[in-house]
Design a protein around this ligand. Structure first.
Ligand SMILES: [Zn+2]
Length: 217
């Protein structure tokens, strides 16, 4: 079944890490931004955990570059830097900061006009940080929450509706995901570091974006 986006006045994309916003909703952001809907991105963690052993990419450089990657990808969709907020909580350890995550998400949602469409990760995402962010999506008047799948890459979401992508949107999305270069193989001096595989990038740029209406507490 197709996702019914409707006519929200604003879209909030809550991303656990700097790149999840593109993986989750590149095409949806593109469409709504083009339509003039106000779009805000909330990146919850600092993204510092992807390459802890790199000598050429110490923590500060990595965090700085990951922010830049998100800002650049969003700017290309018409989302200005001022609409992208970084909570800077510790990547990989969001469970220890669940209250701050909740507070940050609530504040971001309150700052936007209703009706608001807000996106959060799926409750059963394989990444613990994603589940912490999922739990922070709380019911509020005028806010409609949708869940999106990330991990494992290519995951199908129970009860999800789909937003089919045109060939052009799909290409743009794949290009954007590869543009998060620190996550796509740019950093080579940390054998334990993270790099999206070609298969993961392909799965993330599949021909549809999936969203499930959220149950929230
Ligand atoms: Zn993530």
């Amino acid at each position: 079944m197709r996702a019914h986006v409707g006519r929200p006045r604003a879209l909030l994309v809550v991303a656990p890490h700097p790149d999840d916003e593109a993986i989750a909703a590149h095409a949806l952001i593109t469409r709504l931004a083009r339509r003039g809907t106000r779009v805000a991105i909330l990146v919850v963690s600092d993204g510092a955990a992807s390459h802890p052993g790199s000598r050429t990419w110490p923590r500060d450089r990595l965090v700085h570059e990951r922010r830049r990657e998100t800002r650049r990808a969003m700017r290309r969709l018409g989302v200005a830097a001022g609409a992208v907020t970084f909570l800077d909580l510790p990547d990989g350890r969001l469970a220890e900061r669940a209250a701050s995550v909740r507070r940050g998400v609530r504040r971001a949602a309150r700052a936007l006009p209703a009706p608001l469409l807000a996106l959060a990760p799926s409750d059963d995402d394989a990444h613990p940080d994603h589940r912490v962010v999922a739990a922070a999506a709380c019911r509020a008047p005028g806010v409609r929450w949708w869940r999106y799948p990330v991990w494992p890459a290519g995951q199908r979401l129970r009860g999800a509706r789909s937003l089919p992508l045109s060939a052009q949107e799909r290409l743009a999305k794949r290009h954007a995901i590869r543009g998060y270069r620190t996550q796509a193989g740019r950093i080579t001096d940390d054998p334990t570091g993270f790099a999206m595989t070609r298969g993961q990038i392909a799965a993330f740029s599949r021909p549809r974006e999936l969203f499930a209406a959220a149950t929230t507490s």
